[in-house]
Design a protein around this ligand. Structure first.
Ligand code: UDP
Ligand code: MG
Length: 324
């Protein structure tokens, strides 16, 4: 069985955590190699997502000191999902399996052992699932829980309490590559790939240092992105709502006609004003939802690149280039 593991880590302004993350990963990779679970050609790929701090300098230094680490520098900040995809696609041809995780040590590194064992057992995708979220704030827990529920209600099949900590085999990565969408929501797309999957439970800890790059505003837009790129139910919902309002207005129309012909016309402007505002609001909302999808189509048809790699620091790559 082929056993070359690549760990892909998107990093955006992570200078505070990187030294610790790389130290712990070096230990973990060495122990996995010692146990013969992964080959000595295994690597850790740190993706610099257009950081404004010294992240890239740190990555270069890591690569210089220890060939275990390779670096991928993106041309600009493209966001977590794109940075992750860039990492996965760049290392794909070197790896037999890839584990993706965040730079902040919130994902338990020790869960990697079990992921690799499940891969060796024949799984193509192993999801890291948080069994408790007590270290996340109450607010984050509630919003995240609501998010998964809404997603599933809307028909987008995501794994409950799974973020982007997962193992994928090379053929699963090839499957992922064939999903060419520009609006990327990996958590929703990976379950569509199929193959044998399994989960590994772990406890999510607090961010080791630095602060979350997902403030509320980004979280909301991430959730909307997820919903609209995986499901058209919101549009159906509007159609249903429109139909209900239409039925209600028919009843009202009959009522008004009856009042008119029996000689007591309904007086008052407040009900008129209220319904104008209500339906004006509903209409704008509906237009907004439809617009959201049209915007998606617009972005998809242009087929712009999802990331551009400025450089790839990799010892094997360099060896090959030197041979040529
Ligand atoms: N990240 C990234 N690009 C961005 C924002 C975040 O590559 O534009 C990375 C970040 O460095 C981290 C991961 O994505 O490794 C998850 O971000 P964070 O920990 O801030 O999110 P949270 O865990 O709070 O949801
Ligand atoms: Mg985090």
């Amino acid at each position: 069985m082929k056993r070359t593991l690549y760990v892909v880590i998107p990093c955006y302004n992570e200078e505070e955590v990187l030294p610790e993350t790389t130290r712990r990963l070096a230990g973990k990779m060495a122990s996995l190699m010692e146990r013969g679970l992964i080959s000595v050609k295994s690597r850790v790929a740190l993706v610099n997502d257009g950081s404004k701090d010294r992240t890239w300098e740190l990555i270069c230094a890591c690569h210089r000191d220890n060939p275990l680490f390779c670096g991928i520098d993106l041309s600009k900040n493209r966001g977590h999902q794109n940075a992750l995809l860039a990492g996965l696609m760049t290392v794909k041809e070197h790896a037999d399996m890839v584990i993706s995780m965040d730079a902040d040590l919130q994902d338990d590194i020790d869960a990697m052992d079990e992921m690799v064992l499940k891969y060796l057992d024949g799984c193509d995708i192993v999801y890291g699932v948080r069994n408790k979220r007590k270290t996340d704030s109450f607010f984050k827990r509630v919003t995240a829980e609501g998010f998964y529920r809404v997603m599933n209600f809307l028909g987008a099949n995501t794994v409950f309490n799974h973020a982007d900590y997962r193992l994928m085999s090379r053929r699963a990565l090839e499957g992922l590559e064939s999903f060419g969408e520009v609006n990327l929501f990996l958590r929703g797309i990976v379950p569509m790939i199929g193959y044998r999957t399994d989960t590994v439970l772990y406890e999510r800890s607090e961010r080791f240092a630095g602060e979350s790059k997902y403030p509320l505003k980004k979280m909301i837009s991430f959730a909307l992105e997820g919903i609209t790129s995986l499901s058209v139910k919101p549009i159906r919902f509007i159609t249903g709502l429109g139909f209900l309002v239409f039925l209600a207005s028919l009843v009202m129309f009959v009522y008004i006609l009856v009042r008119f012909f029996t000689g007591n016309t309904v007086t008052g402007w407040s009900s008129v004003a209220a319904s104008v505002w209500l339906f004006g609001g509903l209409m704008l909302l509906a237009l907004g939802v439809v617009g959201e999808y049209i915007g998606k189509i617009y972005l998809e048809v242009k087929h712009r690149p999802r990331f551009i790699v400025r450089s790839f620091l990799h010892d094997q790559e360099q060896e090959e280039q030197e041979k040529r």
